[in-house]
Design a protein around this ligand. Structure first.
Ligand code: UGA
Length: 448
């Protein structure tokens, strides 16, 4: 089988379908690798932004890369599948696979609608590459649909090439990935993927070539492991509290063991975002379908620890505020699910803020980037234009997203603005000595 037109005389043509976080990074990255790229985006507002060289979300470094290649003419965006179907040699599927409402399973409707839209226009052989996070077994089904519904029939091959992009590091992770995983069934597909990723491969990025189910499991397995690490250290934070130990020092000491590693061992309000929580649940749902109960038992506890963590922070606030919450003002520093992004999907910060509000306190939130998204999700919380404004009259300040800006706050100056100088450092990353020296009661769950 050949995959698209031989390209000795022209650069590869690549389409990227779905241009939210993953797709926008993939499209810009492929243009940076030297290919001609068309991104497909059906949302008019996002389409306009992208064609102006602007990312549809806050992601450091992405705007300049998009602009560079929109200006160079190597990258453009369309909503019209007929422009890409026979044009591209390789089609990347980068649409979302959110959690299904009322179930743990992934919702594959966006992947299916890509097949609906793309297949009828594919009249010549090409490679379709899935990058979305999907339950194991999806690639095979998607390929069957393409081969049945596309005029090119068995000339369409499907590979799965999971991505490991971290929000706030998307550009770096796209251009310089720590590994490449090619889930392929033929040598032709492997060869084509090696051509697409020639640049990172030349830099020495390791490549794992495997079958498609393995590649699908790598992604789910990676996120499940990262979530497990976070819940593990958060469970140890509870032990540290009970025993008078310091979980950060514990994590540092554990992390020096290269087999353990220090990454993903920051205790705090638990993991959130658009990936880890829903991917863990989708992984469990698929394990259930496959009859592998052990995986569910293990990961259910990881998920439960994560949820309990949020409750634990509310308990600490309770201990410090006392029984009467009505009339109390709580400042929440941070709304994004982690620093460096404006993403508030399943954000522990907003969840905790909402729970405190439900207890009757008045909650004022400030975040350097995520205010607009936070307002949409939690319109009943109050929002301030700066950390200092959010702290005015507060009975308690709660640090929930680890933005550098919050570490640089001057506790002595804030001391005069608040009603009670009490800070709960749920991210365990403020300088406790500085806050205590400035007269604050400093409490961090997991630290003595
Ligand atoms: C995660 C994975 O890290 C990526 O490898 C993966 O590609 C991506 O999901 C995805 O599936 O697309 P991301 O959601 O951007 O990336 O965020 P992480 O940096 O992994 O953080 C996830 C959550 O864990 C955040 O809420 C963060 O605050 C929390 N976290 C992280 C901790 O509580 N402790 C840590 O030590 C690290």
């Amino acid at each position: 089988m050949t995959q698209g037109t031989p390209t000795s005389e022209r650069p590869l043509r690549i389409s990227v379908i779905g241009t939210n976080y993953l797709g926008a990074n993939t499209a810009a990255g492929m243009a940076e690798f030297g290919f001609d790229v068309i991104g497909v985006e059906i949302d008019e507002h996002r389409l306009k932004l992208l064609n102006d060289g602007k990312a549809p979300l806050y992601e450091p470094g992405l705007d300049p890369l998009l602009k560079k290649h929109v200006d160079s003419g190597r990258l453009r965006f369309t909503k019209d599948y007929t422009e890409i179907a026979d044009w591209a040699d390789v089609h990347f599927i980068c649409v979302g696979t959110p959690q299904t409402e009322g179930s743990d399973a992934a919702d594959l409707s966006q992947v299916n609608s890509v097949v609906d839209m793309l297949a009828p226009g594919l009249t010549r052989p090409c490679l379709v590459v899935g990058r979305s996070t999907v339950p194991v077994g999806t690639a095979k089904l998607v390929e069957q649909r393409f081969q049945t519904e596309a005029p090119a029939g068995e000339g369409i091959e499907l590979a799965w090439q999971p991505e490991f992009l971290r929000e706030a590091h998307g550009v770096e992770d796209t251009l310089h990935p720590d590994r490449l995983v090619f889930g392929v069934e033929t040598e032709a597909a492997e060869t084509r993927l090696r051509q697409v990723f020639a640049q990172p491969i030349a830099e020495g990025t390791p490549v794992v070539v495997c079958n498609r189910p393995t590649a699908e499991l790598v992604k789910g397995g990676a996120n499940a492991f990262l979530a497990t690490k976070i819940s593990f250290i958060n469970a140890l934070a509870e032990m540290a509290d009970a025993a008078g130990a310091d979980v950060t020092q514990l994590a540092d000491a554990l992390g020096h063991d290269k087999r353990i590693g220090r990454g993903m061992l920051n205790a705090g309000p638990g993991y959130g975002g658009g990936c880890l929580p829903k991917d863990l649940r989708s992984f469990m749902a698929r394990a259930g379908e496959l009859g592998v109960e052990e995986v569910i038992t293990l990961l259910r506890e990881v998920d439960d620890i994560n949820q309990r963590r949020r409750g634990r922070i509310v308990d600490v606030v309770h201990e410090l505020l006392g029984a009467e919450w009505v009339g109390k003002k709580v400042t929440v520093l941070g709304a994004a699910f982690k620093a460096g992004t404006d993403d508030v999907r399943d954000s522990p910060a907003l969840d905790v803020a909402g729970r405190i509000q439900l207890h009757g306190a008045t909650v004022t939130v400030y975040d350097p980037e995520a205010m607009e998204n936070a307002r949409q999700v939690r319109p009943t919380l109050r929002y301030a234009a700066s950390a200092a404004e959010a702290c005015e009259g507060a009975h308690l300040v709660l640090h929930l997203t680890e933005w550098p800006e919050f570490r640089e706050l001057d506790p002595a100056a804030l001391r005069g603005a608040v009603e009670n100088p009490v800070v709960v450092d749920a991210r365990l990353s403020l300088d406790s000595k500085k806050w205590r020296d400035a007269g604050w009661t400093y409490k961090a769950p997991g630290k003595p």
